[in-house]
Design a protein around this ligand. Sequence first.
Ligand code: ADP
Ligand code: ASP
Ligand code: MG
Length: 476
Amino acid sequence: MKVLKFGGTSIGTVERFSNAVNIIKNKLHEDEIVVVLSAIGGVTDRLIKSIELASRGERQYVNILENIKSIHFNFLTQLVHEPFRKETAFELDHVISTLYSKLRGIFLVKEASKKTKDSILPSGEYLSNSLLIGALKSAGINSRFFDSKNFIRTDSTFGEANVNFEVTNKLINEYFYQQGRFPQSLDGKFVAVVNGFTGSDDEGNLTTLGRSGSDYTAAIIGAALKVDSVEIWTDVNGVLSADPKIVNDPFPIRELDYNEVAEIASFGAKVIFPKSMEPLQKENIPLVILNSFNPEGEGTIIRNRRTGESDIRVVTSMKNLSLVMLEKQNSKESLEILSRLLGILSRHELTYLLNGRTILQQSISFITSSFTSEELIKEVQTEFSKELKSSVITKIGLINNVAVVSIFNGKKNQYSTNRIFEVLAANKIKIHLFFHRSCIEDISIVIDEKNEEKVINLIHEELYRNETKSFGVNVA
Ligand code: ADP
Ligand code: ASP
Ligand code: MG
């Protein structure tokens, strides 16, 4: 059995959507298939925008809902044929009319809690899943909807909920097999269609797994059902040496291990959701990243261990960040300051402690999300007001609009850190800070966000100086 996950761009137009249906159809000859589907590209962003408008009391939220409705009904008329069209239209109408009434509620009270947002955001997945089932049935493929709110059990951290694996694994197996929903007697000609990104808490409230979380849904289901492999169908040829939206024609990386991908993803490569590797690593289930625009391509295979000597040099970046620096005296309170600071950081999203490893250092720096940095600084100032007064802490500094550019290097010592600093200096790039990640040689550099694309290109060029296109390809 295989899990196939299709992302938003892979179903972003009617042509892309029917291309995905064809990929599923071809796979059905080989295997039993579970499909995990995201919302159509851009729909989740539109839902977020409509919530923002409604909660500010702006009526234009209605225009966005009309737009979402027309996108899906346009897909419906082109992808779903009679006698299935009526049923699918009914399902779409139901989701959309619920959206209208929920957003009207937000418009009236001018407020949306995280819980309310999570009751709305999975709608994009409900809509795309209805279309897929209609399109599969129209193509003669038997399929049924497996609603992940019934088996992905999370806590109530709305917006980025944590999965309760003990309960979830049990529920998935019950739901797919014991309740007889996954018919094994149909010669594999059956597709279970599952909505990505979505779960529910112990009270039955809808939750979401974080933006781009459908990859995680696929991994959770794949691990629980102990499938042969999980395939992530996206819009690029697997993991590349850099984001192709920033670097022209980057190199493909054929093979990686789970830890390597988890780190590359955590430091900004959007191609896979960072937590996806956790459940798969435990069960040693291969994860393959493939291009729906190029289905014959090899993509990237991710396993416990690389089998060959593939060369890995990847540059990633993260933006919308702020750098906070806490300057202090070298004092006996250093350890206590660090532990109190860690207490604060652990309560904030997207926070990385950078050079606080040696407590005797004169400054402790960390990066945090720009959206919450002001709030965080206030919290730090309040916590350390006594130390600021007595000058044990001399300054708390903040630099907004920074990006963190990171280098990954599978075979050590292939590039010279000095050379990279020389190239950046020659191009007059200011480096606010650089740090070695954990105990490995690879570095991350904090720069002004406006220089992000230039820095990525300069570093990528330096990493792949004199390389031909065959480089980065696994020769095993
Ligand atoms: P999907 O809609 O299929 O989930 P995403 O947009 O979430 O797709 O992820 C695919 C995108 O990830 C690519 O279009 C690419 O711009 C981006 N990306 C960033 N870094 C990398 C990288 N190192 N390798 C491949 N893709 C990357
Ligand atoms: N639709 C959700 C998002 O846009 C989840 C996903 O696409 O993976 O974040
Ligand atoms: Mg994605």
